[in-house]
Design a protein around this ligand. Structure first.
Ligand code: PLP
Length: 467
């Protein structure tokens, strides 16, 4: 290890800055040229016996790894939902890694815990979430998870513990508990019900032609399950479904959930960030009923992955389900009950200092900057939706926030277009199914997407459609 850290870190920063420049200039393909095995075959089969020069390892990163990546920050990356990033976030990750602290307990890094509490409160206020979610109340609070999936698992643990009055702790689920969502909910909900021992998730019908949960059908389902001796534990509503960005009617669902004494978790992984802007605050309607709420700052808040923020209105419901008190973690602050120990708010025991990244992003961009980023992406999606709507042979299926969902005039043509796009390295849209019909999704989230880049992407897409 010859190269001095400060020298090689400066080179890494230059490499990244020039990479971002190349992305913005459209000088890189979105998709890598190599097929399966390309990177595997380019790597030595064993680790080196002796340490190598950091500068050389860095060079090798750009030689061997970077060319075989899908560039999620590319202006023509329109797949899935975005994964965001920014220089502030990258810098914070470097500092976080360099400090190398572990914040499982308040006592293992007091500033890490208190910064996270404050940053979660900052963000809750910026999003205009109900006051109950604030740490400042002493009752609720936010915690940074690695993913929306982990947030659901943690929320379900709290819900199951509450529904079972603590019995879940010792007896598990005994096949009694039920968790409800629609088929449009992200698959992380079904996975979480499996992981928490509930088994299969219970699907609630949607209102015809909307893809959003029917609150009356939910009520009927809850009554029917209770009548059969089952215990409804949680309802998971989605604000911004993965395929079409539809929003379940949270206020109505919340009223039904409360009437039936069922935990309400709201998954707003992508769309939640839009509530930074006053014009999209309607997305928060009904959150006063929510027991927990999660948004992925790493999807649409210029914060690198992972960074999901989960808020709960009753922190004791969460810690009641999750807390452990082994002798080897004894400390006076915990024993006195005066501090938050985030190990009891997440699945792993250990945790990095998660909040620094969000702190840097919120400060460097300011709320104004983050709002403008959301508005930019929404505007760009509007441009694309306009082009699609005007094109004969194309149909807009959904256009919400930064997402445009479309199809061709026949399913066969949509499938052909999807197959041709799979071989196109200059552009990425991802396929899905809406009401049994194939569609393509284009989600805008790169800070480098411009009207010009979108028009070029659209020309590429259209040329594939015409064969
Ligand atoms: N929830 C919704 C609505 C999503 O769209 C997604 C991913 O796109 C997820 C949850 C899963 O997010 P994560 O990868 O953070 O678990």
């Amino acid at each position: 290890m010859d190269t001095d850290f400060t020298v090689v870190a400066a080179v890494a920063a230059e490499r990244l800055a020039s990479h971002w420049h190349d992305l913005a200039a459209g000088e890189l393909p979105v998709l890598p040229p190599g097929g399966p095995g390309t990177t595997w075959n380019a790597l030595p089969a064993s680790a080196p016996e002796h340490g190598e020069d950091l500068g050389e390892i860095l060079e090798d990163t750009w030689r061997t790894i970077v060319p075989q990546l899908v560039h999620w920050q590319h202006p023509d990356f329109l797949g899935y939902y975005p994964t965001s990033n920014s220089p502030a976030s990258v810098l914070a990750e470097l500092v976080t890694a360099g400090l190398g602290v572990q914040g499982m307990l308040w006592s293992t890094s007091p500033a890490a815990t208190e910064l996270e509490q404050m940053v979660c409160d900052w963000l809750a206020k910026a999003l205009h979430l109900p006051e109950a979610f604030l740490h400042a109340t002493g009752r609720g609070g936010g915690v940074i998870q690695d993913s929306a999936s982990a947030a659901v698992v943690v929320a379900l643990a709290a819900a199951l513990n509450r529904a079972s009055q603590g019995r879940w702790h010792t007896h598990g689920t005994e096949g009694r508990y039920r968790v409800y969502c629609t088929e449009e909910a992200n698959t992380c909900v079904a996975k979480s019900t499996r992981l928490t021992g509930v088994g299969a998730v219970t699907h609630v019908p949607t209102l015809a032609g909307t893809g959003v949960m029917d609150p009356a059908a939910l009520s009927v389902r809850l009554d029917a399950d209770r009548a059969m001796g089952r215990v409804p534990a949680a309802v998971v509503a989605t604000v911004g479904t993965t395929v079409t960005c539809a929003a379940d009617p949270v206020a109505e669902i919340g009223a039904v959930s409360r009437e039936h004494g069922v935990w309400l978790h709201v998954d707003a992984a992508y769309a939640g960030s839009a509530a930074l802007c006053p014009e999209y605050r309607y997305l928060n309607d009904g959150l006063e009923y929510a027991d927990s709420y999660a948004v992925n700052a790493h999807k649409w808040m210029r914060t690198g992955t992972p960074c999901d923020v989960l808020w709960v209105a009753d922190r004791e419901a969460l810690t009641g389900a999750m807390s452990t008190a082994p002798s080897y973690l004894y400390n006076a602050a915990t024993a006195a009950g005066r501090v938050v120990d985030f190990k009891d708010w997440q699945i792993p025991l250990g945790r990095p200092m998660r909040a620094l990244k969000l702190w840097y992003v919120l400060r460097a961009h300011g709320l104004h900057g983050l709002r403008e980023a959301v508005r930019h992406d929404v505007r760009m999606a509007g441009v694309l939706a306009g082009l699609i709507a005007e094109e004969p042979g194309f149909h807009l299926v959904a256009h919400r926030l930064g997402l445009v969902v479309f199809r061709c005039d026949s399913d066969e043509r949509t499938r052909e277009l999807t197959a041709r796009l799979a071989t196109e390295s200059a552009l990425l849209c991802t396929p899905a199914t809406v009401e049994g019909r194939p569609v393509l999704r284009a989600a805008v989230g790169s800070p480098y997407t411009t009207e010009g880049s979108l028009t070029r992407a659209w020309d590429t897409l259209r040329s594939h459609a015409t064969g």
